[in-house]
Ligand binder design. Structure first.
Ligand SMILES: Cc1ncc(COP(=O)(O)O)c(C=O)c1O
Length: 417
């Protein structure tokens, strides 16, 4: 969606100078906007025993995580590097949720180190793999129902979680191993703009909570309803009605006054507060007009990977400029390396800056290095207007670093006589 007015006013007057100072391309994040969104979330859920665990995978930069820590967020981690980042910014054990899958014993050991974290298990078999018997265990439910959407896929064919019909037995087995404190987790919708869909997914969890109480006398300590709160990427989309979601959650929580409500949003918290700024380096007319920019798919995978829409503005375009239909493309040898396909944009010149919007979550963090293309720098627009580089761009030395240590001890096949 077009960048928020407040962010536009903070960023655009100085954008050309910021680009000249740091060079392009870069993602730039808005500290004030991120803080405001977290505050709005906590205000909307006032009265509920609510705690947000920001999904680190969405924007794993310690400067941003530090801001979120100050605003009272915990962290949802799904890998060892994410655990390390959360601890580095000062997250306490009760503020770290570890939702991994296909997890090794050494990963669990790290999740249990330094005071530990909430362990959210993707299968009952993993309980035996946890090195030290945990105080509290959560299980991730796969409802196998019709929930899910294009990004997250159908639960029945998803690798995540424990099927609904096996779930109660997982708690029974954990009880028999001496575990007494429990939580429950689910993440089956992604980028959802309809509060009713998020509530329908939460209701499934509440049904399980009742069954656990009735059959196993388990009073859940927390229910984690996952992330998945959507943001309007397209100008015509309406934002999620947070008040409607909060009202529905309050109704559902009447029956669970002692159970904490955890959420692990990424996109909703930082998504709209980042943009990717990139410069036009090539204009090509073939069967279509192609606008080539100095960023490629590694800077933002979502359009190429999901066909996702990201709104694009031409910075300082003349207000009366005619629109032309273009594809905005990077330099990767992949035809889906496109930030926009057949998009009407004001006439673009070489050297213009394009502002690709809503890149504050699942943007930089998803990038890969195929084709030797490198990920760009990340900048932070501070609330006082200053701009810091919070991650440098990758260099060729980074790319070649793993080749610099060729094994001196090669495998030799057995000699046949
Ligand atoms: C387990 C889990 N929790 C939370 C999230 C965050 O989702 P979102 O950024 O859409 O809120 C994800 C996203 O991939 C996830 O896999």
């Amino acid at each position: 969606m077009p960048i928020h007015d407040a962010y536009r006013q903070r960023l655009y007057p100085n954008l050309a100078q910021i680009a000249a100072h740091f060079g392009t391309p870069f993602h730039i994040y808005d500290e004030a906007g991120i803080r405001q969104t977290v505050r709005d979330l906590y205000t909307a859920f006032e009265g509920l025993p609510f705690q947000e665990f920001f999904a680190v995978k969405a924007l794993p930069n310690p400067q941003i995580l530090g801001i979120l820590n100050q605003e009272g967020c915990g962290f949802d981690c799904s890998s060892v590097p994410e655990l390390i980042l959360a601890r580095q910014v000062g997250a306490q054990p009760g503020s770290i949720f570890f939702t991994s899958n296909n997890t090794t014993q050494s990963e669990f050991a790290i999740a249990q180190a330094d005071g530990g974290s909430y362990l959210n298990l993707d299968d009952i078999s993993l309980l035996n793999r946890v090195p030290t018997k945990p105080e509290v265990v959560a299980f991730r439910m796969n409802p196998g129902s019709d929930m899910g959407n294009a990004i997250i896929g159908k639960p029945e064919v998803s690798k995540f979680g424990i099927p609904r019909e096996k779930l109660v037995d997982a708690y029974r087995q954990a009880q028999s191993q001496g575990i007494k404190r429990f939580g429950l987790h689910q993440m089956v919708v992604s980028n959802e703009l309809d509060a009713e869909v998020l509530l329908a997914s939460t209701k499934l969890l509440c049904d399980v909570a009742r069954q656990l109480q009735d059959e196993l006398d388990i009073a859940l300590e927390f229910i984690n309803i996952g992330g998945g709160l959507g943001i309007p990427y397209e100008p015509t989309q309406k934002p999620l009605n947070l008040a409607q979601l909060a009202t529905g959650l309050r109704e559902l929580w009447h029956d669970f006054p002692q159970t904490k409500l955890f959420m692990e949003s990424g996109r909703y918290v930082t998504g709209p507060h980042g943009v990717l700024v990139t410069r036009v380096i090539t204009l090509k007319d073939s069967y279509r007009r192609y606008v080539g920019v100095d960023a490629s798919m590694p800077a933002l995978m979502r359009p190429g990977m999901y066909g996702a829409y990201h709104h694009i503005e031409v910075h300082d375009a003349a207000t009366d400029s005619a629109l032309e239909m273009v594809d905005v493309v990077g330099s990767l040898c992949e035809n889906n390396d496109k930030f926009a396909v057949q998009r009407p944009l004001p006439t673009v010149k070489l050297g213009d800056l394009l502002v690709i919007q809503d890149t504050g979550a699942h943007g930089h963090s998803m990038g890969f290095n195929y084709n030797g293309r490198l990920r760009p720098q990340e900048l932070l627009l501070r609330a006082d207007g200053s701009v810091e580089r919070i991650r440098r761009a990758e260099t060729l030395s980074d790319y070649f670093a793993t080749l610099a240590h060729v094994e001196a001890d090669p495998y030799q096949p057995p000699q046949t006589p």
